[in-house]
Design a protein around this ligand. Sequence first.
Ligand code: DC
Length: 209
Amino acid sequence: MSDLVIAIDGPAGSGKSTVARAVADLLGWSFLDTGAMYRAITREALFQGIDVHDAAAVAALADGATLTTLPRVTVNGRDVEDEIRTEEINVAVSVVAANPVVRSSMVARQRELAAAQPLGTVVEGRDITTVVFPHASVKIFLTASLEERARRRGDESEDSVARRDEADSTRIASPLRQADDALVLDTTGRDVDDVAQEIVQWLKRNPSN
Ligand code: DC
C-alpha cells in the first residue's frame, strides 16, 4: 500500500479531472474525483426527498451511505454516474459540500481510499491540498479564465460557474483556497498532456519522493 499522493485543487472547469486522470495514467496510479463523492451524496438526498438544507438529515445520509467512484459513481448500490452533472445537482451540491459533518465523512473516506492503493493516488477537489492531504508529495492549484472554464463545462453558463466559485471560496467549512506551497498552473489554452507532463516532472524533481 502507498501513501504517495498528488493533490490537485482548483475552481470548476480549471481542468482538474482531465488533468488528474492524465497524470494517473502516465504514472499508473489511481485517480480520485472527490467532487463526484459530494455530487453522489447530493443526488441521493434528492432521490430520498431530503431537503439539502436539512443539515442533520444530510449528515446522517452521508455517514451511512456506501459510495464508489470507480469504475462508476454509485451511492447505496445505485449507479448515478449519468445523474450527477445536471443543473439541479450543480446548485444543490454547494449546500451539501458546505455541511461540515458531510465533509468530515468524505475526508475520512478519501484518506482511506488513497491509503489502500498499491502505487499512489492522484486526488482532485477543493480542499485536497489544504485539508485532506496537506503533506502530499506534490500540491497543484489549477486555474483558467472564467470564459474558458464555462466553455469546458459545456452546458454550464459563466454565471453558474461564477456562483459556484463564490460559494466554494467563501464557505466556512474548508473553503477553496490556494495552499502556500502549491504549484500554480494556469491551464487557459493549454493542452492536457502538456500540463500532465509538467506535473509528472514536478513530482520527479520533488526531493521528498
Ligand atoms: O469538482 P466538482 O465540480 O465536481 O465538485 C462539485 C462540488 O463539490 C463543488 O461545488 C465543490 C464541492 N467539492 C468540495 O467542496 N470539496 C471537494 N474536495 C470536491 C468538491
